[in-house]
Design a protein around this ligand. Structure first.
Ligand code: ADP
Length: 157
């Protein structure tokens, strides 16, 4: 059984993330969505809220589970017996950062391979930050995030 980790902040999950998770779940036997607590990003939702929203929007995907994580991604992957990390790429601007992280992860554990999936064109502009920014001004975000996330954002602002 090939397990893949789909790591990120998911603050909050958008249709862009969901698309990557759904496509990954078609390729790998089990996808673990790992929510990392990146304090330097000053998250809007705490880890438990992010996990709960992810669980709600992925509940129809039988081979997807959600977990909260701390520490190094490669250590977590090893602990879960995962051979792969899945990341999404939106634009050239993502590339440099992803290359740096991937090179470091390979140096730390060369048994774990990182796979990149190109964004679906319709989501190439979509990020959690931009969603939070427009949600603040009560713009319509129904085509950017799943309904439970839209509701949670309305409650925050
Ligand atoms: P991080 O804080 O690790 O960058 P994010 O939650 O911002 O985590 O993103 C998690 C993953 O999802 C990253 O690989 C990111 O490139 C990818 N991703 C985010 N938004 C999109 C999108 N609109 N299309 C495709 N991939 C995306």
């Amino acid at each position: 059984m090939t397990v893949a980790i789909c790591p990120g902040s998911f603050d909050p999950i958008t249709y862009g993330h969901l698309d990557i998770i759904q496509r990954g779940a078609k390729v790998f036997d089990h996808v673990i969505v790992a929510v990392f607590n990146n304090q330097s990003k000053s998250p809007l939702f705490d880890v438990n809220e992010r996990v709960r929203l992810l669980e709600e929007v992925t509940q129809d995907l039988d081979n997807v589970t959600v977990d909260a994580c701390n520490g190094l991604l490669v250590d977590y992957a090893k602990e879960k017996n995962a051979k792969a990390i899945i990341r999404g790429l939106r634009a050239v601007s993502d590339f440099e950062y992803e290359m740096q992280i991937t090179s470091m992860n390979r140096k730390l554990n060369e048994e774990i391979e990182t796979f990149f999936m190109m964004t679906n064109n319709q989501y190439s502009f979509l990020s959690s930050s931009i969603v939070k920014e427009v949600a603040k001004y009560r713009a319509n975000i129904s085509d950017l995030v799943p309904p439970p996330v839209e509701k949670a954002l309305k409650e925050k602002f």
